[in-house]
Design a binder for this molecule. Structure first.
Ligand SMILES: [Zn+2]
Length: 241
């Protein structure tokens, strides 16, 4: 059993607080003021940026839809494109940590991994003036030692339950095909990559096809909104991030 699956099992059995390890968001549409919204709330998440061309395209698409997203950035790319990082923050989206060099946590030591995480956290704080506690390990890989250090550092680990596999797409029709087969569920965490050209196409198509029933919010909205009971669906978690 993989580490991710072991952790999921612990979450299922209540050993880990749900606001520190997320695979999906709240399964209830009832907000903290007691009202039930008619739309399904999902979280669009973007890994491996910022990219000078594709991240601004994603930001334009989110603005057109009126949606918010969460960007898990790689530190050395953020250092190259601080203006893009600032635009993400200025437009009300959330930032998360995706290590400094996108090293595979299965292949680094615990101290190397945490040095990368710390360096990225410090860079985000320096460039934007904001701290983040959100962390997504590359490829969704973690070892128990690395998990423990993140845990001790107060980080919230965010995986996903919907993977369109945009990294494997090779032409403009594949994003549209995926959107037409996708059946949205309240609380879905959708994995996309803003280092690739397909994320913005997927956002625009989601808005066109599912816009009446769907809204995307940030992970921070879910964690700070008093709705801290995400539904964990281990069988739908994959590991391509
Ligand atoms: Zn990644």
């Amino acid at each position: 059993m993989s580490v991710a699956r072991q952790l999921l099992k612990k979450v299922m059995t209540g050993l880990l607080p749900h606001d520190r390890f997320l695979v999906s968001g709240p399964n209830s549409r009832v907000t903290s003021d007691g009202r039930e919204h008619s739309w399904k709330e999902v979280a669009l998440t973007f890994d491996d940026g910022p990219h000078p061309e594709w991240t601004p395209d994603v930001l334009d698409a989110l603005a057109e839809a009126g949606w918010k997203g969460t960007f898990f950035v790689i530190g050395d790319r953020a250092a190259e494109h601080p203006d893009v990082l600032q635009r993400i923050m200025d437009e009300g989206h959330a930032l998360g940590n995706h290590t400094f060099t996108h090293s595979d946590p299965k292949r680094t030591t615990t101290s190397q991994f945490h040095a990368e995480v710390r360096r990225t956290d410090e860079l985000i704080a320096k460039l934007t003036g904001k701290q983040t506690v959100l962390m997504r390990p590359p490829k969704g890989h973690l070892t128990p030692g690395k998990f423990r250090r993140l845990w001790q550092g107060g980080q919230t680990i965010v995986l996903w339950n919907v993977d369109p596999e945009d990294f494997a797409m090779s032409n403009a029709s594949e994003p549209l095909e995926w959107v037409h087969t996708y059946v949205p569920n309240q609380g879905d965490v959708i994995l996309l990559h803003d280092r690739l050209p397909y994320a913005a196409t997927i956002i625009r198509a989601l808005s066109n096809v599912h816009g009446r029933e769907l809204r995307s919010v940030t992970m921070t909205d879910w964690l700070s909104g008093g709705r801290r009971a995400p539904q964990v669906q281990p069988d739908r978690a994959t590991a391509s991030g």
